[in-house]
Write a new protein. Structure first.
Length: 245
């Protein structure tokens, strides 16, 4: 008899992640096949195969460094992440009146190219989360969306800013109060630098007197070229290139 394992040759030059039957994110070693599952129902989704991609963000799990945090404070590693480990950060508003956001700047991007921002977010106190991507050299251009980590809904769909082009936004249940949010768009034909913000919003209001007990949890932030599916995509605490499998 010939087993199914003998019929398929599987290779991958790096470790990779997938959702296990318990709904938690697991890590497979080099060349190990990954069998993905729905994080909520535990239903098997079969063999996970992905094309090669690079996460362009730095410190995608640690918001106490690399990121700037106007109007927020970081409580590091205080919440259980989708991996089952306490590696998610809480971002809490300061009491100041103004915007409450965390921000990262990126350079050397391909012009006239769609990029997707994604992250796992979880509610703290009923705030919404806006993701906004702007052309650093021309902040009148970009794209944005607003999400509710309390209700798991899109409050404001993908919206173009200036000459930027919004393509799509989505939010997916990732179990235990976590939602994976994705926003795809293009900063503009000449855009090669991005300013990426995650805001704590009061409804759809950006600037307000903050509440130090409110904000949002965040884990696994990514920026990748192109659009990608809502099923789990591996994350890391720094820039990583994932080999195809």
């Amino acid at each position: 008899a010939i087993s199914g394992q003998q019929l398929i040759t599987h290779t991958r030059a790096s470790a990779g992640t997938y959702v296990g039957s318990d709904g938690l994110i697991k890590t497979a070693t080099t060349n190990e096949a990954r069998f993905d599952h729905d994080p909520v129902t535990g239903e098997s989704l079969g063999l996970l195969r992905e094309e090669q991609r690079t996460n362009l963000l730095l410190q995608s799990e640690d918001f106490s460094t690399t990121w700037t945090i106007p109007g927020l404070t970081v409580s590091a590693n205080t919440e259980t992440a989708p991996t089952g480990l306490a590696t998610a950060d809480g971002l809490y508003e300061t009491a100041a009146t103004g915007e409450h956001r965390t921000r990262q700047f990126l350079t050397g991007l391909a012009a006239n190219t769609n990029h997707t921002v994604s992250a796992y977010i979880k509610d703290i106190g009923g705030r919404n989360v806006q993701i906004r991507v702007l052309d650093t050299d021309n902040v009148a251009n970009g794209y944005l969306a607003i999400f509710s980590p309390l209700t798991g809904t899109i409050i404001t769909d993908a919206t173009s800013v200036g000459s930027g082009t919004a393509v799509s936004a989505s939010i997916v249940d990732a179990k235990n109060g976590w939602y994976r949010v994705l926003l795809t768009g293009n900063g503009g034909a000449a855009c090669t630098k991005y300013t990426i913000d995650f805001f704590s919003f009061l409804g759809i209001t950006a600037s307000f007197a903050g509440d130090i007990t409110k904000g949002f949890y965040v884990w696994g932030a990514q920026l990748e070229v192109g659009a990608f599916p809502t099923s789990y995509i591996p994350t890391t605490s720094s820039t990583v290139t994932r080999s195809a499998d």
